[in-house]
Design a binder for this molecule. Structure first.
Ligand SMILES: [Zn+2]
Length: 109
C-alpha cells in the first residue's frame, strides 16, 4: 500500500468515528483562563458598551449593566461574576441554562 493509499484509508476509517468533543469542564477552564489573560493586559470592554454593540450578555452580566456601579466594576472580568463559571469548571453537565452565557453554551451544545 502506498503512503497516499494508507492515508486515504486512515481518513476513511476516521470519518466513521464520531468526532471527539472536548469536555465541557475543560472548555470552561480554557475560556476562564483566556479571559483572565486578556484582563491582565488591560481592562475589558465595558459590559454596557458590549451590550449596546449588540452582543448578548448572560443574566449576571446584564445585572451589572443596570446597577449603577463604577465603571471599574462594570469592566471587570465578567467571568468572575458569572455563577455558571463555578459549576462549569467543575461539572461535566452543569445545570446552567441561562442564555447569552458562554459557560452555559459549553455545557449544552
Ligand atoms: Zn455567564
Amino acid at each position: 500500500m502506498s503512503d497516499d493509499q494508507w492515508f486515504e484509508h486512515l481518513v476513511d476509517t476516521m470519518g466513521q468515528v464520531a468526532p471527539e468533543r472536548a469536555p465541557a469542564r475543560l472548555k470552561s477552564k480554557v475560556y476562564s483562563a483566556l479571559v483572565a489573560r486578556m484582563a491582565e493586559s488591560g481592562p475589558l470592554l465595558d459590559l454596557a458598551e458590549t451590550k449596546k454593540a449588540g452582543a448578548s450578555l448572560c443574566v449576571f452580566e446584564n445585572a451589572l449593566t443596570v446597577v449603577p456601579l463604577g465603571t471599574n466594576i462594570r469592566s471587570m472580568n465578567p467571568c468572575r461574576i458569572c455563577h455558571a463559571r463555578v459549576m462549569g469548571e467543575r461539572m461535566e453537565h452543569a445545570p446552567v441554562f441561562w442564555p447569552g452565557c458562554p459557560y452555559a453554551d459549553f455545557h449544552h451544545h
